[in-house]
Design a protein around this ligand. Structure first.
Ligand code: FES
Ligand code: FE
Length: 438
């Protein structure tokens, strides 16, 4: 055990036994724990950095983060994806200030050292001047490369450590199935991110968002204003819709369908079959649904067009028609970026309707996302009361099934998914810094 670990006592932060699963409030609030998370989680495991629809052409780039570490993601002339540190090798300035764009070269704003699409250093102004660099100058090759970059069906992940399982192994099971089912909603089998992402910051720990995106328990409570509006005015979103349901009773019933699934590497998946498949074949988009039925068969279609959400450990989520990244900034500060997407090959008006519906719940003036963010801040405020330390994450623990795959299946509002997240968190956080983590 390293001295750092014993000082923090990772094992003491989670109390697990038969029927018991509790997490110390300190795990969300302590600066030393936050720092250790950066080292042992965000630099050691796969982190989602981009979707391929953001990087279609050579020269397309975006900036992203591995935890608190800024990186640049590019599409090179060789069409390969490159990820490297957004930190100039000269005196450390962030080389790229934009969130996304297309470039041939990245020129550092400070002294104009330049780097190509693979991060290679290609120019130093005044390098050979009399007062420049001498003959023995050890010129760096370029921006620090992130060694592992892999993609699963257009979802691009990077890992700062070479010592990590292949991405396909990492996502195997529920996470890959969720991505597959989301893509199966698109007749073309692909999605395209659209518009500018919606970016917000909340005053709470990053793990609150990881837990919440698959929290089947909170919806009818945290979002009760939305639920009561829905029950008063009914559903007016047509054949698509976020949280579609004619009234509160039906919404409550629908939320009890399906299951949650906890995967080996800490991913949590929440899947509900659509309750009324037949109605889709007589609605405005019947042709689209017939097309999907042809492609996937009726049994699978129930799940494809049902509601699915997932927390891909540690900070990537998929819910409804959006991808979501939550970026840790400090123990009590987190940035959330929401990317709505279109289904390639679906009718334009269907995609438009999905976007309007998304805005209605998740947009800056939407009914729902603000409720969650307020609760995250309240979570953080409540944790200041250290007289009561333990957070209870035991819901549904007595009603779980271990599947042959090793994944754990729970009831829709069970905290099975949260326990999977925390077990993985404990595993990574307890490991020696130089050790093997997966
Ligand atoms: Fe980048 Fe000087 S810090 S060129
Ligand atoms: Fe919510």
């Amino acid at each position: 055990m390293s001295p750092y670990q014993s000082a923090i006592g990772i094992q003491d932060l989670i109390r697990e036994g038969p029927g018991t699963f509790r997490v110390s409030g300190r795990a969300y609030a302590d600066q030393a724990i936050f720092d250790l998370e950066q080292e042992r989680i965000f630099l050691k495991t796969w982190i989602y950095v981009a979707h391929e629809s953001e990087l279609r052409e050579p020269g397309d780039f975006k900036t992203a983060h591995l935890g608190t570490q800024p990186v640049i993601v590019t599409r090179g002339d060789d069409m390969r994806i490159h990820v490297f540190a957004n930190r100039c090798v000269h005196r450390g300035a962030a080389v790229c200030r934009e969130r996304s764009g297309n470039a041939r070269v990245f020129v550092c704003p400070y002294h104009s050292w330049s780097f190509d699409l693979t991060g290679r250093l290609t120019g130093i102004p005044g390098r050979d001047d009399a007062g420049g660099y001498g003959p023995d100058f050890e010129q760096p090759e370029g921006l620090a490369r992130i060694p592992r970059v892999e993609s699963y069906r257009g979802f691009i992940f990077a890992c700062a450590s070479d010592d990590v399982v292949p991405l396909e192994t990492y996502l195997a099971g529920g996470a890959a199935q969720l991505i597959d089912r989301k893509l199966a909603q698109a007749p073309a089998g692909t999605i395209s991110l659209r518009g500018a992402p919606f970016i917000g910051v909340y005053q709470g720990n990053w793990k609150f968002q990881a837990e919440n995106i698959v929290d089947g328990y909170h919806f009818m409570h945290t979002h009760r204003a939305f639920v009561s509006l829905q029950s008063k005015y009914g559903d007016s979103t047509g054949d698509f819709g976020v949280h579609k349901g004619d009234n509160a009773a039906k919404m409550r019933r629908n939320r009890m369908l399906g299951n949650v699934l906890a995967s080996r590497y800490g991913h949590g998946i929440n899947q509900k079959p659509t309750p009324d498949l037949e109605s889709l074949f007589i609605g405005n988009y019947a042709a689209y649904y017939f097309q999907l039925r042809e492609l996937h068969g009726e049994d699978e279609l129930k799940w494809v067009v049902g509601a699915g959400a997932g927390c891909i450990f540690p900070n990537f989520g998929i819910i409804h028609n959006q991808l979501r990244v939550w970026r840790p900034i400090g123990p009590d500060l987190t940035e959330v970026t929401i990317y709505p997407y279109s289904l390639d090959g679906a009718p334009d008006s269907f995609n438009e309707g999905m976007l309007r519906s998304h805005e209605r719940f998740y947009g800056p003036a939407g009914y729902g996302a603000t409720d969650d963010v307020e609760v995250f801040a309240l979570n953080q405020q409540g944790l200041a009361a250290t007289l009561s330390d333990w957070i209870i994450l035991e819901r549904g623990m007595h009603a779980e099934t271990v599947l042959p795959s090793g994944e754990i299946e729970g009831r829709p509002s069970s905290e099975t998914v949260h326990r999977a997240f925390w077990r993985r968190w404990r595993e990574l956080m307890s490991a020696e810094p130089e050790g093997s983590h997966v």
